[in-house]
Write a protein that binds this ligand. Structure first.
Ligand SMILES: C[S@@+](CC[C@H](N)C(=O)[O-])C[C@H]1O[C@@H](n2cnc3c(N)ncnc32)[C@H](O)[C@@H]1O
Length: 210
């Protein structure tokens, strides 16, 4: 079973993300993918917001998306992408892809939502070639006790309104502990430092498969 149906989220997310794009989200996506090359797997590709940012050195993108409505939008976006993109169903935790077959794996705003992020990271590691890159752009657990406390409360309800998304995950630390060496990473608040937004702490980086 590779479909995860979230019809309301699927309708709202592209509109919400369009606002984020203008506030700097597009620049983050461009930074995420700058310098990527070769075969790429993108998990939880959503409606394809990353597709316009793939550089010409990317020869192929296999985009996996389990939500059927978002997948249809991604397939539409793939038609005008600057590089060849194939969209298919699937879960990050159980990729129907060969071992060591990709140069780059991309996870953007998705490890907050997958049911088992550690297993997803193991799968991303499996399908990457040795020395391959994991490019990630995720919102994560905050840095201060006050923020983390607020996020814990928010996480009691947040997943119900945001299709299983959690705001307390220490994703950067999980990546570093999953057989990757972090080559570069920056932590920042997005769209702006905000006490009222439990999803404001972000991390954007590249880690290399050991
Ligand atoms: C917040 S959206 C982000 C979409 C896209 N990556 C982006 O950057 O705009 C989270 C995405 O994760 C997907 N997702 C949720 N659980 C997943 C899983 N187990 N495996 C792969 N994708 C998953 C959702 O369907 C949704 O498309």
């Amino acid at each position: 079973m590779t479909d995860l149906s979230h019809p309301i989220f699927a309708r709202l997310y592209p509109r919400l993300d369009a606002g984020c794009a203008k506030a700097g989200g597009d620049a983050c996506r461009a930074e995420l993918l700058a310098g990527a090359s070769g075969r790429v797997v993108e998990v939880g590709a959503g409606y394809g917001a990353n597709f316009p940012h793939y550089p010409p050195e990317v020869t192929e993108v296999v985009a996996v998306e389990p939500e059927p409505r978002l997948r249809a939008k991604a397939a539409h976006a793939a038609r005008s992408a600057p590089v060849p993109v194939t969209v298919r169903p699937g879960l990050a935790e159980d990729l129907d892809l060969d071992d060591a077959s990709f140069d780059v794996a991309v996870a953007s705003l998705v490890l907050c939502s997958v049911r088992d992020p550690i297993r997803a990271l193991a799968e991303l590691r499996r399908v990457l070639k040795p020395g391959g890159e994991l490019r990630y752009y995720e919102h994560v657990r905050g840095d201060t006790p006050g923020k983390v406390r607020f996020q814990r409360y928010a996480d009691l309800l947040w997943p119900f309104f945001a299709a299983g998304c959690h705001v307390t995950r220490p994703t950067g630390e999980w990546i570093a502990g999953s057989g990757f060496t972090v080559r570069g990473e920056r932590r920042f608040e997005f769209p702006e430092p905000s006490r009222a937004n439990p999803a404001s702490p972000h991390v954007l980086g590249t880690a290399v498969r050991d």
